[in-house]
Design a protein around this ligand. Structure first.
Ligand code: ADP
Length: 609
C-alpha cells in the first residue's frame, strides 16, 4: 500500500491536468470538448469490458464480469450519443433531443446493470444469452430513437429539457442509490478497497446525473461539470476492475509462489547438514547456512571459492578430494566418502561427502550438488576408542608382568627365598591380580553399558558394611594414607546392587589414592536426607580444575595430558561410576580445588524397592 501512495498523487495530478485540458478545449469549442470527454469515457468503458472479460478466469466474483459486459453496451450507447450530438451532423435525425435520448438510455442501462450486478453474485452467468440480450436492447433503443421515433422526447428546442428527461435523471439517481444499498448488503464479497472505489464511482455518477437535470442547453456549465464527473466515475469503476481482475489475482499468485519458494528455501537453508552447489569449474555457487557455519566462513566468502581449496593439505584432504572430483565429473554418483576439510581458523573438519552430478539435456555433467555431514566428533570418538584400547592393553600388561614375575621367582628360586620373602612375592601377585580383576570388571561393565545390557540386582543392603569392607580392601594398597569413615549412627536401609556399590566406592577410593601421591586423609562420609543418601569420598590430592571437572565423567576422559606430573589410568573408572550411579537413579558430581584435593559425591535414592 505504501508503495502506491505516491502514485495516487501522480494519478490525481494527471487527472487534474486532463480535466483542465478538457476545460480549455471547451472554451475553444464545446463540441470538441464533448467529443474528447465522451471518447475518453467510451475508451474507459471499453477497457472495463476488455479487462473484466480477459481476467474472468481469475475473478470468482460475477459482479465484475457482468458490469464489464454492461459497460461494453453503455460505451456503445455513449458512442451513438457522441455521434448524434448537436453540431455533428453525421446521422439523419440527430440533434440535441436524440443525443439526450441516447444519453438517458445509456444511463438507464448503466444504473440498472449496477443494481442487478450484486444480485448475480454466486450465480452462474450465461454469456450466451447475456451479450445478445444487451445487444438486442441497445438495438431496439436505437431503432426506437432514430427510426420509430417513439422514444419519449428529452429536449424540445426553445423549451429545454422535458419532464421525462428530468424525472428520468432522478429515477436513475434513485436506481443508483438502490445499487449502493444492494451492493452494501453483499459487501462480504468485495475487497474493502474495491468496495470504496465502487461506492465512490456510483456516488459521483449520481452527482453527475443531478447536474444533467440542470442544464438549459447542451453547451452550458452544468453539462460540462456533468461530463467531468462522468469521466471520474467511469475511471473509478475501471480502477475497481483493475484491482479485482489484475492486481489482486497477481498479488495472490505471487504470494503463493513466494510462500512455496520460501518453504523450499527454508528447507535448504535450515537443513542440519551442509549443502553445496558447485559449478563445472569447481567453484561454489550456493551454500546453505550449515555449510558456512561448519567451515567458519561467511556465506559471501564461501560463494565463488574453489571447492578444492576448502580441503586440508593432507592425504584425506585435497589429495582425496581431487580424486572424488574427477569421479563425479565423469558422471559417477559419490556416496559416503570421508574427507578432511579445513576451517577458516585452521582446524580440521572431518566430513562425510555425498555428491550427485547434475547433467544438461545431452547428459553432460555441468555441476554438482553435495551433501556434507560433519563427522568430526564421530572421528574424535573413534580416535579416543583406538587410544583407549591401546591404553587398556598397556594397563593390563603391567600387573601381568608383576604377577608372572613374582610367581616365576617363587617357583624357580624357592630354595633360596626365605618364607617371608615368598609371602611378600605372593602378596604382591595377589594384590596385582586383584587390581587386574578390578580393571577387567570395569571393562565388562562398560561393554554391558555400550550394549544396553546393564541390569542391576537390587536388594536391601547395609551401606555401612559395604563402605567398611571396601575401605579395608583399599587400605591394603596404601600405607601412606590415613583412611577415615564418617557415618551417622543410624543409616536407613537402601535398595541397591551391592557389588555395583562396591565397585563405585572402590573406583573412587582407588582414584583418591592414586591422585594424592603425597598421602594425607581419605575420608568417606555419608549424609541422609528424606529422599536420598549422599556419599562423599574426599582426598587431599592434586585436585581438578573447573574446566576439567566438566568433562570428567565423559567417556575415555583422562586429564593426564594437561597434568603431566601425575601418572594415570585409562579414563574408565569415573565413566563406569557414573553409569552405575545413574542406573541406581542417583547422581554423581565432584567438588574440587586444584592443589587442595577433591570430593566426589554420589547419591542413592531411598524410596526404591
Ligand atoms: P583413570 O583410570 O585415568 O583414573 P578415571 O575415570 O577414574 O580414570 O578418572 C578420570 C580422570 O579424572 C583421571 O585420569 C584423573 O585425571 C581425574 N581424577 C579422577 N579422580 C581424581 C581425584 N580424586 N583427584 C584428582 N583427579 C582425579
Amino acid at each position: 500500500m505504501n508503495v502506491r501512495k505516491p502514485r495516487i498523487y501522480l494519478i490525481s495530478l494527471a487527472g487534474a491536468l486532463i480535466l483542465l485540458g478538457l476545460y480549455l478545449a471547451s472554451l475553444y469549442s464545446y463540441l470538441l470538448f464533448h467529443i474528447i470527454a465522451e471518447i475518453f469515457s467510451i475508451i474507459v468503458a471499453f477497457s472495463i469490458f476488455i479487462i473484466s472479460w480477459n481476467s474472468r478466469r481469475f475473478i470468482d466474483n460475477n459482479y465484475f464480469l457482468f458490469i464489464g459486459i454492461a459497460f461494453l453496451f453503455v460505451g456503445l450507447m455513449d458512442l451513438a450519443h457522441t455521434i448524434a450530438y448537436p453540431g455533428m451532423a453525421v446521422l439523419p435525425g440527430s440533434g440535441t433531443n436524440a443525443a439526450a435520448q441516447l444519453w438517458i438510455s445509456a444511463r438507464y442501462i448503466q444504473g440498472l446493470s449496477l443494481l442487478a450486478a450484486p444480485l448475480l453474485i454466486g450465480r452462474r452467468l450465461r454469456f450466451n444469452w447475456l451479450i445478445p440480450s444487451y445487444g438486442l436492447i441497445v438495438l431496439l433503443l436505437w431503432v426506437s430513437i432514430f427510426y420509430w421515433q417513439n422514444f419519449p422526447a428529452c429536449f424540445i428546442e426553445g423549451v429545454g429539457l422535458t419532464a421525462f428527461k428530468k424525472i428520468s435523471e432522478y429515477v436513475i439517481s434513485l436506481i443508483l442509490l438502490g445499487s449502493i444499498f444492494v451492493t452494501f448488503q453483499n459487501r462480504r464479497e468485495f475487497d474493502s478497497m474495491v468496495l470504496r472505489l465502487l461506492f465512490a464511482a456510483i456516488i459521483v455518477t449520481i452527482i453527475s446525473e443531478l447536474f444533467f437535470t440542470l442544464y438549459e442547453h447542451p453547451f452550458g456549465l452544468p453539462n460540462l461539470i456533468g461530463h467531468f464527473l462522468k469521466i471520474v466515475s467511469f475511471y473509478l469503476i475501471y480502477k475497481a476492475i483493475i484491482e479485482t481482475g489484475l492486481v489482486r489475482p497477481y498479488d495472490l499468485l505471487f504470494r503463493n509462489l513466494r510462500q512455496s519458494e520460501k518453504r523450499y528455501r527454508d528447507l535448504y537453508e535450515e537443513a542440519p547438514n551442509a549443502y553445496l552447489s558447485v559449478n563445472i569449474k569447481g567453484k561454489i555457487e550456493r551454500a546453505n547456512r550449515s555449510a558456512a557455519e561448519m567451515l567458519g566462513y561467511s556465506r559471501d566468502d564461501l560463494i565463488g571459492q574453489a571447492a578444492l581449496d576448502l580441503y586440508a593439505d593432507t592425504p584425506y584432504g585435497k589429495a582425496k578430494a581431487e580424486g572424488v572430483f574427477k569421479r563425479f565429473m565423469a558422471g559417477e554418483e559419490i556416496r559416503d566418502e570421508e574427507l578432511e576439510m579445513r576451517r577458516t581458523d585452521g582446524s580440521s573438519v572431518w566430513i562425510n561427502l555425498s555428491v550427485r552430478p547434475i547433467r544438461d539435456k545431452d547428459g553432460q555433467v555441468i555441476a554438482s550438488r553435495s551433501e556434507v555431514v560433519d563427522i568430526t566428533e564421530h572421528k574424535r570418538l573413534d580416535q579416543l576408542k583406538d587410544d583407549f584400547i591401546g591404553l587398556v592393553s598397556h594397563e593390563l600388561r603391567s600387573p601381568m608382568t608383576v604377577i608372572t614375575g613374582a610367581i616365576n621367582t617363587v617357583l624357580t628360586e624357592s630354595e633360596r627365598l626365605s618364607p617371608a620373602e615368598t609371602r611378600q612375592l605372593l602378596k604382591d601377585a595377589a594384590l596385582e591380580s586383584e587390581s587386574l580383576s578390578h580393571m577387567l570388571g570395569n571393562l565388562l561393565e562398560l561393554s554391558r553399558v555400550q550394549a544396553n545390557r546393564l541390569s542391576l540386582f537390587t536388594e536391601a543392603i547395609s551401606v555401612r558394611k559395604v563402605i567398611e569392607d571396601t575401605v579395608d580392601n583399599i587400605k591394603r594398597r596404601s600405607s601412606v594414607h590415613h583412611f577415615i569413615t564418617d557415618l551417622p549412627e543410624k543409616l536407613p536401609p537402601v535398595y541397591a546392587d551391592e557389588l555395583r556399590l562396591e565397585r563405585i566406592l572402590y573406583n573412587l577410593l582407588e582414584n583418591a589414592v592414586k591422585y594424592s601421591p603425597q598421602g594425607g586423609d581419605i575420608k568417606v562420609s555419608v549424609q541422609a536426607d528424606k529422599e536420598r543418601l549422599i556419599i562423599g569420598v574426599s582426598d587431599q590430592g592434586v585436585g581438578i580444575s573447573a574446566s576439567d571437572q566438566a568433562r570428567l565423567f565423559e567417556p575415555f576422559q583422562r586429564l593426564e595430558e594437561s597434568r603431566p606430573d601425575v601418572t594415570g589410568g585409562v579414563g574408565l573408572g569415573l565413566m563406569v561410576c557414573r553409569r552405575l550411579v545413574e542406573a541406581h537413579g542417583g547422581q554423581i558430581w565432584v567438588e574440587s580445588e586444584p592443589g587442595r584435593g577433591s570430593t566426589f559425591f554420589f547419591t542413592l535414592p531411598l524410596n526404591q524397592g
